[in-house]
Ligand binder design. Structure first.
Ligand SMILES: Cc1cc2nc3c(=O)[nH]c(=O)nc-3n(C[C@H](O)[C@H](O)[C@H](O)COP(=O)(O)OP(=O)(O)OC[C@H]3O[C@@H](n4cnc5c(N)ncnc54)[C@H](O)[C@@H]3O)c2cc1C
Length: 396
């Protein structure tokens, strides 16, 4: 690992200033608060403004295609994160975009690509089903041939952003009697197609997700991505990106694992806890002088650093597990006021920085994009070569 300081040249400094000026002019506390109230994972006006400046296209393309350099990409990432911008919808769109660029017909690319780059089209992920569980290949949502097109029937659970996106990257079953993984087909379905119903759900951490119903949804064949029954191959790229099972770029500037930004949010909460523990309390004492408090805060910081330095799938598990363990620890150390939500008088922190928010968020970080348990099994099976787990009924 290279810990060398990155010195910005004049062009990169000028780029950083332009980004900062744009964000200062377009982001306000009011906008951030309004997004937090919906949990939609995007500020649409801001997203479109980024598109109009050409920054979405630059982020989603390589240098050879005219996109950002590795340093510009990192600056762009860090500046947005510093402000706590919600980037979930755009993140999902970029993961799906690689499959769309690889598998969409020229006609479909014509329809979507420029709109995505302008910030006018976002994609959601339609994989999970109410009864399918983590094993999404058991998909029951059915797509059947209908003349030149397809008719789709079924239901998806947790299609985050379907209430605000323009398309869903939809996993369907096109051969119920077919072999596992050889009976699936992917579509990019416009969410305004008749027959689609989207029901919004609020999660415990004030994010939003949706249930989506598909009743006789008719779409032309041009919305199919890849070959019929070869959907698992189409899905594999976006899934690997979401799982963090992809190599980081050579420049050494990218996140060491997926969800590193969540790890950074956890670090900010822990820093805040240290700040509070160092301040004089009502009795004039600093709680940090208590050995138990300093030991527990020190341990939390060490775990965060370790998680943030752990690459690939391992890092993803380390971040999610650390967040689950550290959030209650911070609340415990800081006392009763730490349990108050940010909007409550007497709360210790505003917005998403306080341990109370971290505590509500932590369980979800270990669920979406695959649960922490499933990732542990993947590591055991595919990386450590320990073989397939066998599940036996517990003995009495
Ligand atoms: C807020 C939120 C947003 C989401 N957004 C999306 C989205 O945009 N698109 C989308 O398609 N999905 C989305 N999901 C779904 C998410 O990917 C699934 O919830 C997750 O993969 C777990 O699947 P499940 O809920 O069916 O749980 P289940 O698979 O039923 O799991 C139940 C329990 O069994 C354990 N378990 C299951 N299988 C195994 C195994 N093989 N080994 C060990 N333990 C196992 C799990 O760890 C869990 O504790 C979202 C979920 C949430 C909570």
């Amino acid at each position: 690992m290279d810990f060398a300081r990155v010195e910005l040249g004049a062009t990169d400094r000028e780029f950083q200033e332009r980004v900062r000026a744009f964000l200062a002019a377009n982001v306000s506390d009011e906008l951030l608060r309004a997004e937090r109230a919906t949990g939609d994972g995007v500020i649409l006006d801001l997203h479109r403004a980024m598109g109009a400046r050409g920054w979405l296209e630059a982020e989603a393309t390589t240098v050879d295609e005219g996109g950002f350099t590795a340093i510009q990409k990192r600056i762009w990432d860090l500046e947005r994160r510093r402000l706590g911008l919600p980037l979930e919808r755009w993140g999902a769109t970029m993961m799906i975009l690689q499959a769309v660029r690889q598998y969409a017909t020229p006609e479909l690319l014509d329809e979507v690509l420029a709109r995505v780059y302008r910030g006018e089209a976002l994609f959601s992920m339609g994989y999970t089903e109410p009864e399918g569980g983590s094993d999404i290949a058991t998909c029951k949502t059915r797509a059947a041939r209908d003349g030149d097109g397809w008719v789709i029937n079924g239901q998806k659970m947790f299609t985050s952003g379907a209430n605000i996106c323009q398309y869903v990257f939809l996993l369907t079953n096109t051969d119920p009697a077919g072999k596992r993984h050889r009976n699936l087909t992917m579509f990019l379905v416009p969410l305004d197609t008749p027959g689609i119903e989207v029901q919004r759900l609020q999660t415990v951490d004030d994010d939003s997700t949706t249930i989506t119903y598909y009743a006789d949804v008719r779409i032309p064949d041009r919305y199919r991505l890849g070959e019929v029954n070869d959907g698992w191959a189409v899905l594999s790229g976006p899934l690997a990106a979401e799982h963090g099972a992809v190599d980081s770029a050579d420049a050494g500037l990218t996140d060491i694992t997926t969800m590193s930004n969540f790890g950074m949010a956890m670090a900010i909460s822990a820093d805040l806890a240290v700040g509070l523990a160092t301040a004089d309390g009502p009795d004039g004492r600093r709680s940090l002088n208590d050995d138990a408090v300093s030991y527990r805060l020190g341990r939390a910081h060490s775990r965060i650093e370790a998680a943030l330095s752990t690459p690939s799938l391992f890092g993803r598990v380390a971040i999610a597990q650390a967040m689950r363990d550290i959030a209650p620890e911070l609340m415990d150390v800081l006392g009763g006021a730490a349990a108050l939500a940010s909007s409550t008088p007497g709360a210790l922190a505003d917005g998403e920085q306080g341990p109370e928010y971290l505590y509500r968020w932590a369980p979800l970080v270990g669920i979406y994009g695959g649960t922490i348990d499933v990732f542990r099994n993947m590591i055991a099976q595919h990386i450590l070569g320990l073989g397939r787990p066998t599940y036996v009924a517990p003995t009495k």
